[in-house]
Design a protein around this ligand. Structure first.
Ligand code: A3P
Length: 272
């Protein structure tokens, strides 16, 4: 894989930064980092290491397309550039902006049980706030208001997948979006990566022995060209506590939104 640009005129003159052919748009805490790093095992794929936040944040979008392209890795002709920014999925303007930039882009959406996703989302915010010495509220206080689920809680709103998906499907066809099962990716990454390769029209190059289960980490890690790579400790960390009663309430609350989502995508998932 290509790591640096070479001056034009040399043999690698066609090594350039290109706009992504595929974007992982979400969901936040769905396993977006794992999916990106695992796709990067493919020799024809180069990924933007950082989240770019171009289509969701006005301050970045204003910097323009040349800025966006400059965030991309260098690729050779025929290689696919992939970026991931989980904030795109829920950003009201992201679908329109992506469509206007490249209406043929391939979209990858990795989903996970939206109740688990919410707890993981809260846990991430909690860790950030603790690190920044900011005050925080227990999850139950945010999630429940007088014993009832509080529909205004932001992390809950991010779990109403169908509401966000509707905006994407106004512009993009269902065939242009591939849905990755986040729980399946945790249990056994290889089959999910095979399906993603097919969707991305890549030759099958990712192999079962690119993955091994790391008992210490409790998750699959990657092996490639003698390198061993696990995701960092912020991925797969213990979730903040939530009473089983509150979790059950959340599951019940999400039942209908989940059914709508299943109908929309023509696929069911084994969620609570
Ligand atoms: P948890 O930390 O809640 O377990 P994202 O990268 O979108 O923030 O998603 C983070 C989630 O990726 C983690 O959520 C974890 O469950 C999941 N994940 C999937 N495959 C993983 C892997 N091989 N190693 C670590 N985390 C993985």
């Amino acid at each position: 894989s290509v790591t640096s640009a070479t001056p034009s005129g040399s043999s690698n003159a066609s090594a350039l930064q290109r706009l992504p052919g595929a974007i992982i748009i979400g969901v936040r805490k769905g396993g977006t980092r794992a999916l990106l790093e695992m796709l990067n095992l493919h020799p024809d794929v180069e990924v933007a290491k950082n989240e770019i936040h171009y289509f969701n944040l006005d301050e970045n979008f204003r910097k323009g397309l040349d800025w966006y392209r400059a965030q991309m890795p260098v690729t050779l002709p025929g290689q696919l550039t992939v970026e991931k920014t989980p904030g795109y999925f829920t950003a009201p303007l992201a679908p329109k902006r992506i469509w206007a930039t490249n209406p043929a882009v391939k979209l990858l959406l990795i989903v996970r049980d939206p109740a688990e996703r919410l707890v993981s989302d809260y846990t991430q915010v909690l860790h950030n706030r603790i690190q920044q010495n900011k005050p925080y509220q227990p999850l139950e206080e945010l999630l429940l208001s007088q014993e009832h689920i509080n529909p205004k809680y932001k992390a809950l709103q991010r779990s109403f997948y169908y509401q966000h998906l509707a905006r994407w499907l106004e512009l993009f066809s269902r065939e242009q979006m591939h849905i990755v099962d986040g729980e399946a990716l945790i249990q056994n990454p290889f089959p999910e990566l095979q399906k993603a390769e097919t969707f991305l029209e890549l030759p099958p190059r990712i192999k079962p022995d690119n993955f091994y289960f790391n008992v210490t980490k409790g998750f699959y890690c990657m092996l490639s060209a003698g390198h061993d790579k696990c995701l960092d400790e912020s991925k797969g960390r213990p979730h903040a506590p939530l009473s089983s009663e509150a979790f059950q309430k959340l599951c019940r609350y999400l039942r209908v939104p989940n059914q709508i989502f299943f109908r929309m995508v023509g696929q069911r998932f084994d969620w609570c």
